[in-house]
Design a protein around this ligand. Structure first.
Ligand code: CUA
Length: 408
C-alpha cells in the first residue's frame, strides 16, 4: 500500500467495489466528489506501490450516515449557540422582540415565510435523499430502464406547486405593506417630522412646536406618523423593536406609521451607509405613558434659558453665566439653536441639551467628561463629524460645558 500525494489514509478503508479510472485527473475528480459525499472512497495499490485500481464507495464502507452526523451535530450545536446569543436581555436591538403593531406584523410575516421555506427545504432534502440512495444505480448494476420523455402530471405539479407557494407568501406580504403604509395618517395620529442629517437625527413635532435631536419621545398606544426627510444623502430610519427599516431619501417624503405598545427606551440606528460616521448615526426612542409624555412636552415648551439660569447650583451659577456668554459670542451660534440665544438651524437644537441622555448622534452618554471631549475634538469621537474643533480650552471649556449641561 502507498499513499498518493494529497490523499489521506481514508483512501485505504475498504475494497468492496471497483472502478478503473483512466487518468490522474479522473482519480482526483472522483476522489473529490466521493470524499465530499461521505469520505469513504477507497483505492487499491499494487505490490509494487503503483496505484492500479480505484474502489468506489459501497454501503458497507464507512457508513454515510456516520459521515452526515459528523457534519450535522456540529452544525446544530453552532445554530443552538447562535440562537442562545439572541437572548433579548443581551441584545437590545432585536427584531424578534416586537414592541409595536408594525414590528409584530413584520415578525408574523417573517415567521410565515420561514415556515414555507422550511417546508420547501424538507421536500428538497427528501427528494435529494431518494435520488441518492433509493433511485440511484451503483457501479456494476444494470442501467435503469429509459423513462418516458415527459410526465404531464409531474410537470403540472412542479409548476402549480411553486406558484401556490409564491401566492401564499405574496398575499400576507402585500397585506402587511398596505396595512403599515396607509396613504393618510390614521385619525388622531401624532405627526413627527424626521430629518436625517450626516450624522444625526432631527425630530420636529409641528403640532406641538417642539424641535429636538437624536432622542425621540412618543406616547404609548397612539398612532405615530413619522414623515421622513433627508437633508443630504440617503439614510434609513430603523428601530428594530418598533418596526422595519424605511429609507430616508433626499427630495422625497417617506412615511412610517406605527403604534408603540410597551413603554421603554429603544435604540435606533441609521441602516443605510451614508458616509464616514454612518455607524455613529444612532438615536433613541422613549415610549412613555401619556402623562409622562405630556410633562416632557410641557418641559420642552418651557424656556430653557431661564431654567438653565435658575437650575444651576449657586456654586456653578457664575460658570454657567460665563459659559452662556462664551456660547453667545462663539461660532456655535451659526449652527446650533438655543431658544433666546441663537437661531442656528443646521446642527442639533441645544435648547434642552442638558435633559438629553446622550450626545454626538446618541453615540456617547451625556456626561460633562464626554461633552468636554466632544467640544475639544469632535472628529476624535466621531470620524467625519461636521462640527469643527473651535479651540475652546481650559476654564472656557469647563464653563461652556457647565452652561450646556444646565440647559435642562
Ligand atoms: Cu445615515 Cu447611515
Amino acid at each position: 500500500m502507498a499513499t498518493l500525494g494529497v490523499f489521506d489514509k481514508r483512501c485505504f478503508q475498504s475494497e468492496d467495489k471497483v472502478i478503473a479510472l483512466e487518468s490522474d485527473l479522473d482519480r482526483q475528480c472522483c476522489f473529490n466528489f466521493f470524499s465530499r459525499l461521505q469520505g469513504s472512497l477507497v483505492m487499491r495499490v499494487s505490490q509494487s506501490g503503483r496505484v492500479s485500481r480505484w474502489l468506489t464507495y459501497g454501503r458497507s464502507a464507512s457508513s454515510p450516515i456516520a459521515s452526515y452526523w459528523r457534519v450535522f451535530v456540529p452544525a446544530v450545536s453552532l445554530l443552538a449557540l447562535t440562537a442562545a446569543a439572541c437572548n433579548p436581555s443581551v441584545r437590545p436591538m432585536n427584531t424578534f422582540a416586537p414592541e409595536s403593531d408594525l414590528a409584530q406584523w413584520i415578525l408574523g410575516l417573517y415567521l410565515q415565510v420561514t415556515a414555507w421555506d422550511t417546508l420547501i427545504f424538507l421536500i428538497v432534502l427528501v427528494a435529494l435523499f431518494l435520488a441518492l440512495f433509493v433511485f440511484s444505480t451503483r457501479v456494476g448494476e444494470a442501467a435503469p430502464p429509459a423513462s418516458a420523455s415527459s410526465d404531464l402530471w409531474l410537470e403540472v405539479a412542479w409548476t402549480v406547486g411553486p406558484a401556490l407557494i409564491l401566492l401564499f407568501i405574496a398575499i400576507p406580504t402585500v397585506r402587511v405593506i398596505f396595512r403599515t403604509q396607509p396613504p393618510a395618517p390614521p385619525a388622531g395620529s401624532l405627526i413627527i417630522e424626521v430629518v436625517a442629517h450626516q450624522w444625526w437625527w432631527e425630530f420636529d413635532y409641528p403640532a406641538l412646536g417642539i424641535k429636538t435631536a437624536n432622542e425621540l419621545h412618543v406616547p404609548i398606544d397612539r398612532s405615530l406618523r413619522l414623515e421622513l426627510h433627508s437633508a443630504d444623502v440617503i439614510h434609513s430610519f430603523w428601530v428594530p423593536e418598533l418596526g422595519g427599516k424605511r429609507d430616508v431619501v433626499p427630495g422625497q417624503t417617506n412615511e412610517i406609521t406605527f403604534v408603540a405598545n410597551v413603554p421603554g427606551e429603544y435604540l435606533g440606528q441609521c441602516a443605510e451607509f451614508c458616509g464616514l460616521s454612518h455607524a455613529n448615526m444612532r438615536f433613541k426612542v422613549f415610549v412613555e405613558p401619556p402623562t409622562e409624555f405630556s410633562s416632557w412636552t410641557r418641559h420642552q415648551l418651557s424656556g430653557a434659558l431661564a431654567l438653565g439660569a435658575t437650575n444651576g447650583s449657586v456654586s456653578h451659577a457664575s460658570e454657567i453665566a460665563e459659559g452662556q456668554r462664551i456660547f453667545a459670542n462663539s461660532p456655535c451660534t451659526t449652527c446650533h439653536m438655543i431658544a433666546g440665544i441663537s437661531a442656528g438651524a443646521i446642527a442639533p437644537n441645544l435648547t434642552h441639551f442638558g435633559s438629553r441622555t446622550s450626545l454626538a448622534g446618541a453615540t456617547f452618554d451625556n456626561t460633562t467628561e464626554n461633552l468636554a471631549k466632544w467640544i475639544n475634538d469632535p472628529q476624535a469621537l466621531k470620524p467625519g463629524a461636521k462640527m469643527p474643533a473651535l479651540g475652546v480650552r481650559g476654564d472656557q471649556l469647563s464653563d461652556l460645558v457647565a452652561y450646556l449641561e444646565s440647559l435642562k
